[in-house]
Write a protein that binds this ligand. Structure first.
Ligand SMILES: [Zn+2]
Ligand SMILES: [Zn+2]
Length: 263
């Protein structure tokens, strides 16, 4: 049997290897360490790229969430004589009103709170990069990843200072540039652990402790749904500069027809 294999390539390679490593080791210690170092360097190069690709994918899912809300928004306007949903009507938030156009029935609202939170966390009203949702005690109805533009969200005409009430889609000049909802976190002044909610967006900067806009995917942009039903990202410097809310999109608080449009 041994003679059969004596002249084969297999036997020859084996003897060559043995000759280059007289002590019989397959790899020397140095070779092993170099191999490990090369793998470690490649992994270190690759992991940050993987991480940013994953974050980018979450941003795309978030934008898709807002687009689905936009389709629901336009369906709502079609059913209610062009009215834009108020931030809150009774026990329904704006998201609760839109959810009727996204899910079948209202089972996700009537379920037990724990189950309800699980459903909301998987819904289009949860941003995949919103870390707060995992620790939020009431992530449903009025505690969401997205907040409606608080300047157009009022359900009562008394605080409806700048805009016609009830607000209709055609009242808004250039709806594609006006903010309907964007990514938010709980207001620093009213944490949800003590009964606070997060379903409206306030334009103040976070430094004022009155703002709650949260750019989850990019340090300079937040994803947003516009009144026209389109989803896009919006520069934070326009979203969070209260000096620009009266004259610039995306807020344009006085509905000026000559407001500076979004880039
Ligand atoms: Zn997001
Ligand atoms: Zn919360």
């Amino acid at each position: 049997m041994r003679r059969l294999f004596q002249n084969t390539g297999f036997e020859r390679r084996k003897s060559e290897t043995a000759a280059s490593h007289p002590n019989g080791m397959k790899f020397s210690l140095i070779e092993l360490l170099v191999t490990i170092a090369v793998i470690a360097i490649l992994a270190a190069l690759l992991l940050p790229a993987l991480k940013s690709a994953r974050e980018k994918a979450k941003g795309v899912v978030c934008l898709g969430n807002l687009k689905q809300q936009g389709i629901a928004l336009l369906s709502y306007c079609g059913d209610y004589q062009d009215h834009i949903p108020a931030g809150r009507t009774g026990n329904l938030s704006w998201a609760g009103n839109l959810s009727c156009y996204i899910y079948v029935g209202d089972s996700f609202r009537t379920a037990q709170p724990a189950l309800r939170a699980e459903r909301w966390k998987k819904s289009v009203f949860a941003c995949p990069s919103d870390l707060h949702k995992e620790e939020c005690p009431n992530f449903y109805d009025f505690c969401l990843s997205y907040g409606m533009n608080n300047l157009i969200a009022s359900e009562s005409p008394t605080s409806w200072t700048y805009t016609p009430w009830p607000l209709k889609l055609h009242h808004v000049p250039q709806p594609g540039g006006h903010l309907l909802a964007t990514e938010v976190r709980p207001l620093p002044s009213s944490p949800c652990s003590s009964g606070g909610s997060h379903y409206l967006a306030y334009y103040y900067s976070v430094a004022d402790t009155l703002g709650n806009i949260s750019a989850n995917h990019n340090p300079n942009f937040a994803n947003a749904l516009m009144v026209g039903g389109n989803a896009r990202n919006v520069p934070l410097q326009l979203l969070m500069n209260k000096n620009l809310t009266g004259t610039h999109q995306p807020w344009n608080a006085y509905f000026r027809k000559d407001a500076v449009m979004l880039p």
